[in-house]
Design a protein around this ligand. Structure first.
Ligand SMILES: [Zn+2]
Length: 127
């Protein structure tokens, strides 16, 4: 069975250097464990219009587990920045979007941190 893919906010150095995301930037998100990816257009963070740079470089990533350590305490994952023009290429197809993502980042975290991240319903990018 394929592991579920989640959307979670992570820091992206490439987007940070490019000053992304900006208002109107297209970003791909996952709708949940069984849902399909969907595309949003970034809006100004609610109540943060005066300092949108706080979000500079912090972008929604698609993230999926790829392996677990023998003692199950560590999770290895791969992630893809969901920002169009970064790890993701978003193309309009009729009234919909086609999103192509490259999982360019890998990392390891404690299982308990992973579980916390997965359970965290506050996605942190309510634009
Ligand atoms: Zn990025």
């Amino acid at each position: 069975m394929e592991k579920p893919t989640y959307s979670r906010t992570m820091f992206c150095e490439k987007c940070f250097k490019a000053g992304l995301p900006r208002v109107g930037t297209l970003i791909v998100l996952m709708g949940g464990e069984s849902a399909q990816p969907y595309v949003i257009s970034a809006r100004s963070p609610k109540g943060r219009l005066e300092c949108p740079e706080l979000y500079n470089g912090f972008t929604p990533h698609l993230i999926t587990e790829i392996a677990s350590s023998h003692d199950k305490k560590l999770v290895s994952y791969e992630a893809s920045c969901g920002v169009n023009g970064c790890d993701t290429k978003i193309t309009p197809v009729g009234s919909k979007f086609d999103a192509e993502t490259t999982f360019s980042k890998t990392g390891t975290m404690y299982r308990r941190e992973w579980n916390q991240m997965i359970l965290n319903a506050d996605l942190g990018y309510h634009w």
